[in-house]
Design a protein around this ligand. Sequence first.
Ligand code: NAD
Ligand code: DAU
Length: 339
Amino acid sequence: MNILVTGGAGFIGANFVYFQLKNHPEDRIVCLDKLTYAGNLETLNEAMKHQNFRFVKGDIADRECVFNLFKEENFDIVVNFAAESHVDRSVENPEIFLLTNILGTQTLMDACRFYSIKRYHQVSTDEVYGDLPLDRPDLFFTEDTPIHTSSPYSASKASADLLVLAYARTFKLPVSITRCSNNYGPYHFPEKLIPLMISRALANESLPVYGKGENIRDWLYVEDHCSAIDLVMRKGREGEIYNVGGHNERTNLQVVKTILEILGKPETLINYVTDRPGHDMRYAIDPTKIHSELGWLPETTFDEGIKRTVEWYLNNKQWWQNILNGDYKEYYNKMYSNR
Ligand code: NAD
Ligand code: DAU
């Protein structure tokens, strides 16, 4: 199999590249990534040593680049991770989210049609379902939950999903979609909650918790997300959506306090700041379909995964410190100075 992984220099995409190289060494992996602020070629250093791995710098919305690559490579499967992925950035500047997340998806699917690719897999998110109320713990997102987005990010991901389903119906493109809950683990960019809190706590800096910290996310260790995508793109039914999540719900405050406890740092570091506009209250996935159809189950509990993650950040300081020393400082000051 020749597999195109877009966005493979980012958090989940890179973990997926390593998952493939480990579990399917016979397959060839080509990574197409624009190397935005969130892409980091250093993350792929080990992958570069594999014969079956190729990295190409390019934009999924650049038609010429995409079509040339498809012509050269003759892909069997295309997995699209490439996206602008941070909700807060989408509140600041929605446009790039529309360009990459919607038009980029369309460009890739046009190439898939032209070159008769066997499977186009779209990596989507539970955020397309909007949010659930805190006082209804009995409610979960199923694949039939209506789309009801809150942020420019989630609206762009939902638009892309609708386009994927339209290409399936109109052009008979063989597609699949996974909608996953919040991931955490190695190579997570330190603008997102968990790596942000770990890196700041290690430096004894204040931890900006939005609002009261009562919002709930359903955390999944990144390797479990990778195994779910791998199953769906190889064995999932064409034209289907599969929710991915492992019933690991935590309030943001619980997550932050757990990190402080593991690091032996005081809770006085917590700083409650102005809430995110349009902040989704609760995400919670019902993963019954992927479990019953494909036998998928997560392997890592939150307690185990968060310890492993903190350990990874302790052992790989250079990786995240390189990021914190760059343009990121400017970003942090801009986003958090008036909160
Ligand atoms: P990320 O921001 O860490 O990485 C995104 C990657 O895409 C980067 O390497 C970036 O350089 C690349 N990229 C951005 N624009 C591009 C373009 N136009 N052309 C080519 N490459 C481009 O994101 P992530 O957290 O790894 O998320 C990956 C995917 O998974 C996204 O589609 C996201 O919506 C989805 N998702 C993420 C989560 C999560 O918790 N992080 C959960 C569910 C779904
Ligand atoms: O649910 C899947 C989604 O999870 C993915 O589609 C997104 O790409 C991914 O970024 C993530 O979105 P969230 O908005 O849930 O993740 P984030 O890490 O930005 O925030 C998690 C929670 O923590 C959220 O309730 C906001 C809160 N938060 C976040 C930051 C960055 C804080 O309280 N303080 C912060 O500084």
